[in-house]
Design a binder for this molecule. Structure first.
Ligand code: ZN
Length: 198
């Protein structure tokens, strides 16, 4: 049984869920594992996808809609109706592949703010899909980046936490109505010397 969620890739004027912004506590709360993939979880995934498409996003994690559960939805092809989105339940990164790559990232919970973040070029990730089936996939490039970003959300981590240039980050945050005090600065584990290639 394949339970691909059929959600039209359209923008709704009134999306089903509210997206919380940096400063809201739910974004800093570690999310709980999902013990059973049932209709409630599938409905949550459907609502999250609709909310994500409506906000022009390519990834969304349940804590961003105020639900502290380990569920993320990803779709790097929002303009291709024929490509199904990915629903990842209890996702775990098994392996980091390739080099670390720096690229600009944004987040629906910090709208307008874009900063460069280091991510692994590829990841091997295990999860349960929307029918509860265990899956392991290799993701590369943009898909790998989105998955790493969304899994961070499940651990209460935001991409701005990794930005090293405090001055630049402060400026960028203020410009869009956010505050430095809501950033929880931390070292990016991929920037650790031991993990660098060469
Ligand atoms: Zn985000």
């Amino acid at each position: 049984m394949v339970a691909t969620l059929s959600v039209p890739k359209v923008k709704l004027k009134n999306p089903p869920l509210h997206i919380y912004r940096m400063g809201d506590k739910v974004l800093r709360q570690p999310a709980k594992r999902i013990s059973q993939v049932n209709d409630e979880i599938r409905q949550l995934a459907r609502d999250m996808l609709q909310t994500m498409y409506s906000a022009d996003g390519i990834g969304l994690a349940a804590p961003q809609v105020g639900v502290p559960k380990r569920l993320i939805v990803v779709d790097i092809y929002p303009d291709k109706p024929e490509v199904p989105p990915l629903v990842l339940i209890n996702p775990e990164i098994r392996e980091y592949l390739g080099e670390t790559v720096a690229a600009q990232e944004g987040c629906l919970s910090i709208p307008g703010v874009f900063c460069e973040v280091l991510r692994a070029q590829g990841v091997v990730v295990s999860f349960k899909d929307e029918s509860g089936r265990p899956r392991t996939i290799q993701a590369d490039d943009l898909l790998a980046r989105v998955i790493q970003h969304e899994i961070d959300h499940l651990n209460g981590v935001l991409f701005v936490d990794y930005v090293e240039n405090e001055l630049l980050l402060d400026q960028e945050l203020r410009k869009h109505g956010f505050q430095m005090q809501d950033v929880q600065r931390r070292a990016n584990p991929l920037a650790a010397p031991a993990l660098k290639p060469r």
